[in-house]
Design a binder for this molecule. Sequence first.
Ligand code: ADP
Length: 299
Amino acid sequence: MHFLRLARFQSVSEEPPHEPQCRMYHDNMSSGGAPLPERAPFYAEQAGECRLFAHAFHQRLPVLLKGPTGCGKTRFVEHMAARLGRPLITVSCHGDLTAADLMGRHLIDGGDTVWHDGPLARAVRTGAICCLDEVALARRDTAVVLHPLADDRRVLPVEGTGELLRAPPQFMLVVSYSPGDQSLLNNLKPGTRQRFVAIGFDYPAPEVERRIVEAESGAVPALAARLVTLAQALRRLTGQDLAEAASTRLLVRAARLIVAGLPQPEACRAAIVDALTDDAGTAAALDDVVVAVLGTGAP
Ligand code: ADP
């Protein structure tokens, strides 16, 4: 089988959204009509976003998730897809991603030319939740296919087959972006943004973040608490010495290394400090913050 055009589907994941660390999430919140299945990936809610997402799903409204990287947007969609009982198709957008990459293309198969749906067309056809990660990175021509799908028409014109796909009620379009970079923000035109219900994310409140670090790494509560205090200290440096803030993702990774037996300063250097800066002076200053908050001892 030969691609007629260079395929760019490597970044598409259609695996069921269950990771090894998936566990049941017990809570007593109102679920907004979305039950908690046994295998939903763990997600600690921040501020009513589960209910909002469930309502948007049932009202057939597309959703825009915005917030800094590593604060739980991807995990949230995985969790909600499992709760709503829908398959999840995720596309990691990049600078070369075109509308054709989303829609599909003709491929040569045993001498015949056969149409292959792209991830977006497949999601519409099968009634899946389609999540375009970092949508602002995608080429601007993708807006042409997203617009009729994201407004009340809920249709996808597939040029390659001449079809006009009508999205079934179970289909949902989700896009996410990290609004730190203004040039990327401008990439998402108002005409696109205003078609979506927006859900804003930020780093979780300390007690929620402690719970996440514990659940995701197996860290004891005292270690999780110290790492969250470290993150808060590092976040205060954002904008001055650091371009990016220490995310929950980085905390979880440091905690895993420590739980695995690595000394705390070494784990934090590898998982947090070196992920935040390449500058030796800044890294040394961050190491000092690590030692001031965590000490130098083993776990
Ligand atoms: P984003 O998509 O915003 O970049 P992710 O969803 O990939 O971030 O989150 C990174 C990691 O942080 C997750 O794999 C998970 O371990 C952890 N995490 C962050 N927020 C949460 C949350 N609210 N509940 C559970 N895990 C979370």
